[in-house]
Design a protein around this ligand. Structure first.
Ligand SMILES: Cc1cc2nc3c(=O)[nH]c(=O)nc-3n(C[C@H](O)[C@H](O)[C@H](O)COP(=O)(O)OP(=O)(O)OC[C@H]3O[C@@H](n4cnc5c(N)ncnc54)[C@H](O)[C@@H]3O)c2cc1C
Length: 382
């Protein structure tokens, strides 16, 4: 392992991998990525990997739209030998309360203003898009054909391979245990495999962002919470888009291989690092989905797992520098949507590090917004 570097990136999930690759692409010669376990073992390898630009807040729409622009050419850009399995078969967002339907109509107005071609659908129109859908109780839906999903393992691997080809070093099973400063400046990263002198360090530690932040005295207002997923056996084609409802707290997609991947939020889930599975989730998930898509009755569940959301007070990520800690950058607190943001966040953080103006203004996503009371509330999260 190198004993000095221009930048050390902490975390080998999709966010750290994208930042490392983008730094190398910007011409930073000596970048080292440290991952305490295997790559993508954290939230990334456990996520639904959905990608959408149908959001309610301007900030989220802008950055997710830019991320989809990157996803559309990512396979070629990274020159990956396998397939990141990015498919754009849309998201159908379903409203089951009047309040949700009102919000969706407002969301679509903002989306149109920002160039997202989403459409409002009556329940009948939603059924035309997904004929197997039971639309009972639905007020309406929105649909955007440009949304989609990808394979999180392949996406992370594609970034890491491209990063290595550009001269970067990746180290798995290498835990960062401390960060030393000289005065206000980051100077050295301590790991289980030795020390690395570096003037710049990036915290992309996902659910462990807070302990890593505390290594330089930065207190992050984030907490972690378990979210569960189940996967069914592969079945014939049922529907194309990701199905999502905020009032029901669900999302469900059919992968290119035919299996269905789905999750449902639990408002009573305690904060913490538990990544066990529960019978209650299995039961609730199956009940809700079989009601929405009766064709799922009898389809067998083959796997169940859980992962962690790292949640910030306004469900938006916390990005960039922290005054008083020179050389420290962070890309943390992604809540339930860090996978889709990884391509653009990697680009923006790398631009900041090399001293360029970020191609999208994300200054309002800094840590300071919580002290300023300038929260960016997002109405459309699962
Ligand atoms: C069930 C579920 C469904 C989701 N669905 C979606 C979705 O559909 N779309 C979407 O966009 N997002 C989704 N998400 C959110 C998404 O998974 C995360 O926001 C995203 O993966 C965050 O990536 P990351 O690289 O920041 O974190 P991680 O993937 O957790 O990576 C952080 C890495 O840092 C490493 N690390 C931590 N501390 C240290 C240390 N001290 N030294 C070295 N390494 C360290 C960890 O081992 C880990 O591998 C979902 C999440 C869950 C749990």
């Amino acid at each position: 392992m190198r004993s000095s570097a221009d930048v050390v990136v902490i975390g080998g999930g999709v966010v750290g991998a994208s930042i490392a690759y983008n730094l190398a692409k910007q011409g930073v010669k000596d970048v080292v990525l440290c991952e305490k376990d295997t790559f993508a073992n954290g939230s990334t390898g456990r996520c639904g990997a959905g990608v959408r630009e149908q959001w309610g807040s301007e900030g989220n729409i802008r950055i997710c739209k830019a991320s989809i622009d990157i996803f559309e050419n990512l396979q070629e850009e990274l020159d990956y030998d396998y397939d990141i399995e990015f498919v754009q078969k849309g998201y159908l967002m379903m409203a089951y309360t009047e309040k949700e339907w009102d919000q969706f109509q407002k969301n679509v107005e903002v989306q149109h203003r920002l160039g997202v071609n989403s459409i409002l659908c009556t329940p009948e129109e939603a059924k035309e898009i997904v004929p197997v859908l039971n639309t009972e109780g639905m007020f309406g839906a929105t649909y955007n054909a440009r949304d989609g999903h990808a394979n999180p393992f392949h996406t992370t691997n594609a970034y890491l391979k491209a990063f290595e080809r550009l001269g970067g070093e990746v180290n798995d099973f290498t835990e960062v245990t401390g960060i030393e400063k000289r005065g206000d400046k980051v100077a050295k990263v301590k790991t289980t495999k030795g020390d690395i002198s570096a003037p710049v360090v990036v915290n992309a530690a996902g659910p462990w962002a807070a302990p890593v932040g505390s290594m330089v005295g930065v207190e992050l207002p984030v907490y972690t919470e378990r979210h569960q997923i189940l996967v069914t056996e592969a079945v014939g084609h049922l529907f194309d888009p990701m199905l999502m409802s905020f009032s029901l707290g669900i999302y469900c997609q059919q992968t290119p291989h035919g299996s269905l991947v789905m999750g449902i939020g639990d408002p009573n889930e305690p904060k913490g690092y538990d990544i066990g599975q529960s019978w209650q989730f299995l039961k609730k998930m199956s009940d809700v989905m079989c009601r929405l898509v009766p064709a799922l009755k009898g389809v067998r569940v083959v796997r169940q797992w859980s992962g962690l959301y790292t949640i910030s007070p306004d469900a938006h990520p916390i990005l960039g520098t922290v005054p008083g800690v020179d050389g420290y950058y962070q890309a943390v607190g992604f809540s339930g949507h860090g996978f889709m943001l990884a391509p653009i966040v990697g680009k923006l953080i790398s631009e900041m590090i090399v001293g360029k103006e970020p191609s999208i203004d994300i200054s309002d996503l800094d840590l300071g917004r919580f002290e300023r009371g300038d929260l960016r509330v997002e109405p459309s999260v699962v």
